[in-house]
Design a protein around this ligand. Structure first.
Ligand SMILES: [Zn+2]
Length: 512
């Protein structure tokens, strides 16, 4: 998963000028020659392509609780070991439910009038198969026939009111074609209120139109943390959804036969894979370079996020190959359970809370292979100037921007809420969104020339953070983190994502 809410602080521009002065003061503090050595090592031929081939083509899609996920964890251990890690281990955590899709089937039927005498005339029934998949972590639906379909437009409260009685019916929800990161954020934000209204109106099930053209289906979830959702839900091919909508708009009745035989089980164990290069001077302090290893399974999870799991492994290899010995420890972590709600990284942050004062930065990649444009640093204006300095050697790859944005939707999130300095790679959309969680997210979509550059960036930034004379910034207190949320206008984002209440109560993030 990777959803992004861009937030801009009004004082960024003022800060930028202050930072020019600070930049001059701190320039030179990072050892750019070591960064260059790491970059050169990263750009050499490596097992990057073969590692990703094994993870995607051989193992395939990786949903926690499946054999493929177990094999992916074993892949991570083996790949880190082969890359030269000083140590490799796994850390287990629990996901509350297992979930897998059965043979979801949907047929739509409509009636139309034929008045040509030669054809007999009268009312004719016409059926067509609807290409549909279950929404992930949604409940099963036993086969039902002849459910009336109701179009609820965009699914606003006004749309539902206009649609009238939805009790016992399948509601069809319109969407817009996904083009930008903001569209993706909107897609996630839109679903919970629609589900609220569907539950309230006692709908039988929900059918969301796909946000991609050309019959592309993808795995979506509206469940926040691995819980089973409230209603059966399907995602239908955009072309089929639009056809049903046109029929309904023209006054035809449309019914569905629908079967969603999802398999749901009890708690499951999954695991994060953790490798280390031990620090030469301050081994108890650590930088984390992370990416999630799990994926959805309609495709093979190549752009999301196999390529970046392979990047993390290759960054370790590159640092070792460069001969550079980082002063602090670098932990290379492949998280699991990300797609079910950042469950693996949240579990890691909680399990390691007692040592997070020693965390010297968390870097995360989770946006396919679109060009990295910069990094978002989670509202941390205290180290904006130093971060710009660290990114300077990456200008050769067009990595230039350091933004204060606090983002949700990938594995830095719980570290950010714990007050740890975080760096999320901001990337061009490239081909990420059209293939996002989709049948088409496969190895052939990966831009390896670009991915090699990202290995270089990630390895260099990890070493730079590990080598700074002092950690780039302190661990913030609860109050300081909340201040950063307000300064970056992130409170509404956290509310929309259903996280704000848990933050305020202290259930999630740094304790008060
Ligand atoms: Zn992802």
């Amino acid at each position: 998963m990777r959803t992004v809410k861009r937030v801009f602080c009004a004082c960024v521009f003022i800060l930028s000028y202050i930072c020019i002065l600070s930049y001059i003061c701190v320039a030179g503090s990072a050892n750019s020659s070591e960064a260059d050595r790491v970059i050169q090592a990263a750009l050499q031929p490596s097992p990057l392509e073969m590692n990703l081939h094994r993870l995607t083509d051989e193992i395939g899609g990786r949903v926690p609780g499946t054999l493929a996920m177990q094999h992916a964890v074993a892949w991570g251990v083996q790949a880190f070991t082969a890359a030269g890690a000083d140590s490799v281990h796994t850390e287990a955590f629990t996901i509350p439910y297992s979930w897998s899709e059965g043979d979801t089937a949907m047929t739509a039927t409509t009636a139309y009038q034929v008045d040509a005498t030669k054809l007999g005339g009268g009312t004719v029934l016409s059926s067509f198969r609807v290409r549909a998949v279950s929404v992930a972590w949604a409940p099963a639906l036993a086969p039902v026939k002849h459910i009336p379909i109701v179009d609820v437009g965009d699914g606003t409260a006004a749309d539902f009111k206009k649609a009238g009685d939805i009790s016992g019916k399948l509601i069809l929800v319109h969407t817009v074609v996904l083009k930008t990161w903001d569209d993706l954020f909107a897609e996630y934000a839109k679903a919970p209120p629609v589900i609220d209204l569907a539950v309230k109106g006692k709908a039988k099930a929900v059918a969301f139109m796909a946000t991609r053209d050309h019959d592309i289906l993808y795995r979506h979830t509206n469940s926040a943390a691995g819980e089973i959702d409230r209603l059966p839900m399907v995602l239908v091919a955009r072309e089929d959804g639009e056809r049903m909508a046109r029929l309904l708009a023209a006054g035809n009745s449309v019914w569905a036969d629908l079967s969603i035989p999802n398999q749901i089980g009890g708690p499951i164990k999954s695991a994060n894979v953790v490798a280390e290069i031990r620090g030469s001077e301050r081994p108890d302090e650590f930088v984390i370079l992370g990416a999630h290893l799990d994926s959805w399974e309609l495709g093979t999870g190549a752009l999301d996020n196999g390529c970046n799991a392979a990047l993390v492994v290759d960054a370790l290899r590159a640092i070792k190959a460069s001969g550079v010995k980082p002063r602090r420890t670098i932990r290379f972590i492949l998280f699991s359970g990300e797609e079910q709600g950042l469950i693996g990284s949240h579990a890691y942050a909680v399990a390691h809370r007692a040592e997070l004062d020693k965390a010297a930065g968390v870097i995360v990649y989770d946006s396919g292979t679109g060009r990295t444009t910069g990094f978002s640093i989670g509202g941390r204006k205290d180290f904006l100037a130093t971060a710009k300095n660290l990114v300077a050697p990456l200008a050769q790859f067009d990595v230039k921007n350091v933004k204060l944005d606090m983002e949700w939707g990938t594995d830095h999130f719980d570290f950010m809420l714990e007050g740890v300095p975080t760096f999320v790679a901001d990337q061009d959309e490239a081909n990420y969104l059209e293939n996002y969680h989709a049948v088409s997210d496969t190895y052939d979509k990966v831009d390896f020339a670009q991915l090699k550059k990202h290995v270089a960036e990630a390895a260099a930034l990890s070493v730079e953070l590990a080598d700074l004379p002092e950690k780039i910034g302190p661990r913030l207190t609860h109050e300081q983190i909340e201040q950063a949320m307000r300064e970056t206008n992130s409170v509404d984002m956290l509310k929309a994502d259903g996280i704000w209440d848990d933050w305020v109560s202290g259930k999630r993030g740094r304790e008060k």
